[in-house]
Ligand binder design. Structure first.
Ligand SMILES: Nc1nc2c(c(=O)[nH]1)N[C@H]1C(S)=C(S)[C@@H](COP(=O)(O)OP(=O)(O)OC[C@H]3O[C@@H](n4cnc5c(N)ncnc54)[C@H](O)[C@@H]3O)O[C@H]1N2
Ligand code: MOO
Length: 401
């Protein structure tokens, strides 16, 4: 069997995303929108702040009358504006977030004020100033674009949408996924594992990695290394949009994902990528369903899910930046030259940069779990020395896309 040449990483990612359209949108309460992607530009339905407000607790007076003394004629509290207009020599008590009364244009901080009944004068070093006024609409005005379609909604974006008058937002629907573990050696109960077995860790790991990006996740397996068992698993995926297999993607006699996919009627779109670990990635399609055949080694499975599955799910859910963003960080150790594949080393972030983890075997689960970053070494890199800058991807919470 002649194996296809491994496809360079960026090309393979682009080919994968081009295979599937963005899913339709749905409108959901803003309180439920964390982690979702905006389906259309979010336009401000109100001006914020809606009027000139005081940024401090103190007294408001006319802009041309900042030296005092003043006579206090009322109060403007947050939620309770002062109905009176101010003339020269007059002031009102004002609290943080309260509306500036008509005629007011300066604030005297409480710390700099001396109050005696309704008489007010400056006691501190600072006179009244307009610097403590938040001008109407300085943050945004009605009709402004607050966030563009495809942006990820996180807590700060939720606050912005609510401040902009939105109790609900249109977001991309999340794909339904199905994860299949396959391999005769896999034990489903980690507490009951014979010597010829390994616990089936990948499926649950991948489901957990994809959890926030998928609407539902069906987990099938472990499935035997038999063509018909795999075929049967594919026939049970129901309405899943994305099917993820673990293992059986390489060239061994018992690596049956490819023939099972063909027997099921799927088209193999590509197989093998120039990435280490994770070369045997397989991508197939059957009608609207897309299949990612991940390599079985746990580190390879994780790295490929990070580089391909998560971007695919983000893309389907409407993200405008589905591919994770690398940060340039100094290396804390030397690294050897690389071969024809892009290498992704596990590493730990620290104050001086990133330190690659010594154990690089693609089956080393403990080394993977100890790491919080992936260090990218492009194909055919020269040896790197301590202090050289490398592209680093953050792993926590699925990274920064
Ligand atoms: N002659 C060659 N052999 C291999 C090649 C190659 O190019 N030529 N590629 C190697 C690479 S790279 C990888 S990665 C592995 C991946 O192979 P498979 O995807 O076929 O995975 P399996 O052989 O089924 O399993 C590999 C390893 O992973 C364990 N595994 C599998 N599934 C799970 C699971 N769900 N949970 C936990 N662990 C799992 C399995 O027990 C094996 O130890 O192939 C190389 N071989
Ligand atoms: O590339 Mo494989 O994924 O090295 O172990």
């Amino acid at each position: 069997m002649t194996l296809p040449a491994p496809i360079p990483l960026a090309e393979a990612q682009a080919r994968l995303l081009a295979l599937v359209p963005v899913l339709h949108s749905e409108t959901i309460p803003i309180a439920d929108a964390s982690g979702r992607y905006l389906a259309k530009d979010l336009i401000a339905g109100r001006t914020h702040p809606p009027a000139d407000l005081s940024a401090m607790d103190g007294y408001a007076m006319p802009a041309g009358d900042t030296g005092g003394p003043w006579r206090i004629i009322g109060e403007s509290a947050a939620g309770h504006p002062c109905p009176q207009a101010l003339s020269s020599g007059e002031a009102v008590r004002i609290s943080t977030g309260a509306i500036m009364p008509q005629g007011a244009g300066a604030i005297l901080l409480q710390e700099n004020a001396l109050r005696d009944g309704d008489n007010l004068s400056v006691s501190g070093k600072d006179a009244a100033t307009s610097a403590h006024i938040r001008r109407m609409g300085f943050d945004f005005a009605v009709g402004d674009c607050l966030m563009e379609a495809g942006m990820k909604i996180a807590p700060a974006q939720i606050a912005l949408a609510i401040s902009g008058g939105h109790g609900a937002v249109a977001v991309g629907s999340r794909p339904r996924i199905c994860v299949i573990d396959s391999g005769d050696e896999l034990a489903s109960d980690p507490a009951k594992v014979s010597r010829h077995q390994v616990p089936a860790s990948n499926g649950v790991m991948i489901a957990s990695l994809a959890e926030s990006l998928a609407s539902t996740c069906l987990h099938i397996g472990p499935v035997d290394d038999e063509l018909d068992s795999l075929l049967n698993a594919f026939e049970q995926v129901g309405d899943a949009d994305v099917i993820v297999t673990n293992g059986g993607a390489s060239v061994g006699d018992h690596d049956l994902v490819l023939p099972a996919l063909e027997k099921w009627g799927a088209t193999i779109e590509f197989w093998r990528v120039a990435v280490k670990p994770g070369k045997p990635l397989m991508v197939a399609q059957k009608e609207e369903k897309i299949v990612l055949g991940l390599p079985g080694n746990p580190v390879s499975s994780y790295v490929i899910a990070y580089l391909f599955l998560l971007p695919l799910l983000r893309h389907m859910a409407g993200a405008r930046q589905p591919i994770p963003i690398a940060l340039p960080l100094p290396l804390c150790t030397d690294l050897p030259a690389t071969g024809p594949r892009a290498e992704f080393l596990r590493g730990r972030l620290g104050p001086g940069g990133v330190t690659p983890i010594g154990q690089r075997d693609s089956s080393a689960v403990r080394a993977l779990a100890t790491s919080d970053a992936l260090i990218e070494r492009p194909p055919h890199s020269s040896p790197a020395i301590t202090g050289d800058v490398a592209d680093v991807y953050l792993l926590q919470n699925g990274g920064n896309a």
